[in-house]
Design a protein around this ligand. Structure first.
Ligand code: GAP
Length: 490
């Protein structure tokens, strides 16, 4: 029977096999930043490719975009991040450790109310921390009043002190899409309903980081902003819920480990009409179920806010770019005619589109795919570690081996490798006993292993071993490409 997966097993496999390393490890490591090694980069690229294929390539109503990470500071004033993107933290008076208030556990119940990525800051809200325990030193009820901790990383642009300005590393990719809404409308033939998709890095100075690549300070998001006519938003919300849930299932996540969680009314951002998380049952955390992706109905909030932001530009120049001194201009009375509004040619109506936003974490999905695929089984008295990845995301599609390093077998195996590698990501391996080479590929999640043996020279066939069943069949060399294409569905 398969053993219950522990995060430690996954972390250790990721390190041992070159999936994921701690950032700057040779300098003792940089907390909550990670590097993807040779197998990890293939895996994560495949996850991103699968998202792009499903959300952009397979549809005729979504186009792609790749925005810069650094954006005009007013973007973050208009989006609300500059003033409100913060976590509520309390400092332990005994050991000075700061912890997110929603991550503090009760002494008696050992429960925390952690749900969302970030808590909405309600100034003046009093919090009873008298029963909460410091996760660092164990002191109970010994906290300062909760205070907001800003999550955006700041940086400076420009060489001269006089004209250098403070910029922010984007905390989400979404705002780059809103800022380009008009550009996309003016340069393509899209008509509402349509979406703009983007995959890219985001940065948050998280207070609590945890569980490997689950919550990090630099991470990758895949976001879709789907623009639709007000009144059709509920329908599109349901459409995207279904699409996104099925995406995880089709890439191999087990159904029993996936669920939706509707946000409670008091969890919703003030502009959101509705929000649901796709949750995965991770083998760690205060509760098992953790957010993989959020799907939100953002209404017309962002486009309206950016119209206000554009009206605030002069004030921004006057304060020399000091966002704390700027108040966002009121909405223009004729905001419906503003530059981010949409004119529907057929209905002869103008409106600010509503937005449905599925927002997924690519690192977090990669972790879920790793955890879900991990398995251990006993084979002839030995433990076999396997990553049962679906073929679309497996980092390597086929391992190619000569059974022994003589009688022309390495040359034939190399020829096969050279023939297949342009089509599928393959690995050539001629070192060690064949059983060990199979095990190495099982542990990397490689669906097929191809072995050139003594019979190959006689009948031009090789053995093809399938990862999960370990069944072997003989396939003619000239049929290999078609065989793999069919089996891998690519
Ligand atoms: N634009 C909406 C947005 O950014 P979010 O719930 O803050 O919403 C969306 O983030 C997704 O991004 C999350 O569901 C999660 O998968 C991923 N994510 C957010 N913060 C993360 C972090 N610190 N580390 C890894 N992934 C993160």
């Amino acid at each position: 029977m398969a053993k219950l997966t522990k995060l430690d097993d996954i972390v250790s496999l990721c390190k041992r096999r070159g999936f994921i390393f701690q950032s700057s490890e040779i300098y003792g490591g940089l907390a909550s930043c990670y590097d993807y090694g040779p197998l990890g980069v293939e895996l994560k690229n495949n996850v991103k490719k699968a998202w792009w294929k499903n959300v952009v390539q397979m549809r005729d109503d979504v186009v792609g975009l790749d925005c810069s990470i650094l954006m005009h500071p007013l973007v973050w004033k208009a989006s609300g991040h500059a003033d409100h993107f913060a976590d509520l933290v309390a400092e332990c008076k005994k050991c000075n450790t700061r912890t997110r208030v929603d991550h503090l556990k009760d002494k008696a119940t050992d429960s925390a109310q952690e749900h969302t990525e970030h808590v909405a800051i309600a100034p003046g809200a009093t919090q009873d921390l008298s029963k909460k325990v410091c996760p660092s030193c164990g002191a109970t009820g010994n906290f300062t009043q909760p205070m907001p901790f800003k999550l955006m990383f700041e940086t400076q642009m420009g060489a001269n002190i006089e004209d250098s300005m403070t910029l922010y590393l984007r905390p989400e990719t979404a705002q780059g899409i809103f800022a380009n809404f008009r550009n996309v409308l003016d340069t393509t033939r899209v008509k509402i309903p349509f979406g703009i998709a983007q995959i890219g890095k985001s940065f948050r100075n998280e207070v609590t980081t945890k569980a490997f690549i689950f919550r990090t300070r630099e991470f990758e998001q895949a976001e879709l902003e789907f623009f639709c006519e007000p009144g059709t938003d509920d329908k599109w919300f349901e459409h995207w819920k279904e699409q996104r849930f099925n995406w995880y299932l089709n890439l191999g996540l087990k159904k029993e480990n996936l669920r939706f969680r509707e946000h409670e009314k008091d969890e919703l951002a003030h502009y959101a009409k509705g929000c649901v998380d796709v949750e995965y049952k991770f083998p760690f955390g205060s509760g098992d179920w953790q957010e993989l992706e959020g799907i939100a109905n953002r209404t017309d909030y962002d486009l309206r806010q950016h119209q206000r932001g554009m009206r605030t530009l002069n004030a921004w120049y006057e304060t020399k770019g000091d966002l704390s001194k700027i108040k966002l201009k009121e909405e223009a009375e004729d905001y419906l005619k503003g530059p981010l509004s949409y004119f529907d040619d057929e209905k002869k109506a103008r409106y600010i589109p509503y937005v449905i936003e599925p927002s997924a974490g690519m690192d977090r999905s990669t972790l879920a795919f790793l955890v879900d695929a991990y398995d251990e089984e006993e084979v002839r008295g030995e433990t076999r570690n396997i990553l049962r990845f679906s073929s679309a995301i497996a980092p390597t599609k086929a391992g190619i081996f000569p059974l022994v390093n003589k009688d022309g077998m390495p040359e034939t195996a190399r020829n096969i490798f050279n023939d297949l590698k342009g089509r599928f990501n393959c690995a050539y391996d001629e070192k060690g006993a064949i059983g060990r080479r199979y095990r190495r590929q099982d542990e990397a999640g490689t669906p097929f292993c191809i072995t050139v043996d003594g019979q190959t020279a006689q009948d031009q066939t090789v053995t093809v071993r399938e990862r999960d069943s370990m069944n072997q069949i003989r396939v003619a060399i000239d049929q290999l490409k078609a065989y793999l294409r069919d089996k891998l569905d690519m």
